[in-house]
Design a protein around this ligand. Structure first.
Ligand code: NAP
Ligand code: HSE
Length: 429
């Protein structure tokens, strides 16, 4: 019997995701030769502190010295699961330049330096794969780059942050306020000790930048994505949404419009009947619209050791196949266009405005006339009596240009009859 070839790999990082990759490669050890025609063997694992106790990891593999991996010609695949910008960026660039293939789960890095990394991979004729960087275990990068490549994609929209989806789900299901739901998410390990990147929408914005770049074949970076988080959402907003038969979700939205790319992350009211409304807890989902495929939705776990490890290990398998076939570097950067990205003021949306105003004749007419003067058409109004002679008003607009809505709001805020602007949210449709 002929011997099964072995491809050697190195892991950079042995934390949550690295631990998952190790377990999956071990589970797949006997299957690999049959699936891939090769075995994949981890030769080195880079960590910050190799004296730290690590359950289930062979300490002989650990190193704190990147050069040991870089200079080892046997290592053909580098798996970067350390996170952060530096030294991850330098290590990936050096690995590619040294002729190694790279898998990374690092959305922070890709959303800022994707072009540089992909250009380097292309020049080196090597693979750089990053399925785990968006929506963890959900296959979405390869489907966009390969399976849906024959489409003109006009929209990618989704729930791409599990922590915030968990928080909003608890607020909706149990009537909790934001702070209580965040505390629950922290207790259960969904939210990190510093949850800023999740609750302020930055994590989702990085994923939107990556998705939009691939879907629209044009580079979108983190700073191009307009970002609002969920910290101002209240139980009252959620109740109003329910009255309107809607739910509030933190959505990442990217559209390829005639005037340029619109890319944003913001909480949005969506109809309860929309498929994304039933994506609960820490689950993620990505909705894609293409001219040929029509609508397609991808659903699953957006984080966690094994789901994320699954995406990373899948990339490693794909690279092993490419190495065998001598076809690494076959699919590199797909951003061959240079489309403009619209400023948020020029984007279009429907809006939900909740405010407290004096409860007397003429108040509604006054607010409506400000909107009318600014080209903002109103679709629905709900009025409720609040305490102390005040009325709570909810105004939902038709689709309008953000600049027009913002101009109206500046005037409405200053009206003597308006006591408080309680919330401003976007509405689907
Ligand atoms: P983590 O648990 O903090 O693990 C990081 C690992 O990298 C640790 O083993 C650490 O070594 C090592 N490391 C960090 N900086 C290093 C350096 N300068 N030199 C050598 N080793 C270094 O992180 P994680 O949650 O696994 O996340 C890893 C990556 O996956 C990130 O890019 C993250 O955004 C991405 N990701 C994570 C998830 C998830 O569910 N966690 C999902 C999708 C994507 P020590 O152990 O010695 O400290
Ligand atoms: N913190 C992210 C989330 C997971 O809550 O979805 C890592 O991308």
């Amino acid at each position: 019997m002929s011997e099964i070839p072995v491809i050697k790999a190195a892991l950079l990082g042995a934390g949550t995701v690295g631990g998952g990759v190790l377990r999956i490669l071990e589970w797949q050890r006997d299957e690999m030769p049959k699936k891939l025609g090769v075995s994949i063997e981890l030769k080195k694992i880079l960590v910050r502190d190799k004296t730290k106790k690590r359950e289930g990891i062979d300490s002989a593999l650990l190193t704190e010295d990147w050069q040991e991996i870089l200079s080892d010609p046997e290592i053909q695949i580098v798996i970067e699961v350390m996170g952060g910008i530096e030294p991850a960026r330098t290590y990936i660039l050096e690995a590619l330049q040294a002729g190694k293939n790279v898998v990374t789960a690092n959305k922070d890095l890709l959303a800022e330096h994707g072009r540089e990394l992909l250009d380097t991979a292309e020049r080196a004729g090597r693979d750089l794969m990053f399925e785990a960087a968006v929506a963890g275990g959900i296959p979405i990068i390869r489907p966009l780059k390969q399976c849906l490549a024959a489409n003109h994609i006009t929209e990618v929209m989704g729930i791409v942050n599990g922590t915030t989806n968990y928080i909003l789900t608890r607020m909706t299901a149990e009537g909790m306020e934001f702070s209580e739901a965040l505390a629950r998410a922290t207790e259960l390990g969904y939210a990190e000790a510093d949850p800023t990147a999740d609750i302020e929408g930055y994590d989702a914005a990085r994923k939107v930048a990556i998705l939009a770049s691939i879907a629209f074949n044009s580079r979108v970076t983190f700073s191009d994505v307009y970002t609002e988080g969920i910290t101002k959402i209240t139980a009252a907003d959620i109740r109003y949404a329910a009255e309107l038969d809607m739910v509030i979700k933190l959505l990442g939205v990217a559209r390829n419009t005639e005037g340029g790319i619109e890319a944003g992350v913001y909480p949005m009211l969506i109809p309860s009947s929309h498929p994304l409304a039933s994506v609960h807890d820490a689950f993620n989902a990505v909705f894609v619209h293409g001219d040929a495929v029509d609508d397609a939705m991808f659903l699953g776990r957006g984080a966690g050791q094994l789901p994320t490890g699954s995406a990373v290990a899948g990339d490693v398998f794909e690279i092993a196949r490419n190495i065998q076939a001598g076809s690494t570097g076959k699919i590199s950067c797909t951003c061959y266009k240079n489309l403009p990205v619209k400023p948020v003021e020029e984007m279009r949306s429907r809006y939900f405005l909740r405010l407290k105003a004096e409860d007397r004749p003429g108040v509604l007419a006054g607010i409506a006339s400000v909107f009318g003067n600014n080209n903002v058409s109103i679709s629905q109004v709900i009025q409720k009596s609040a305490s102390g002679g005040a009325a709570e008003l909810v105004v939902i607009t038709d689709q309008v240009v953000e600049r027009h809505f913002r101009d109206s709001l500046l005037v409405i805020k200053e009206l003597s009859m308006v006591k408080e602007i309680s919330s401003v949210l976007r509405v689907y449709g």
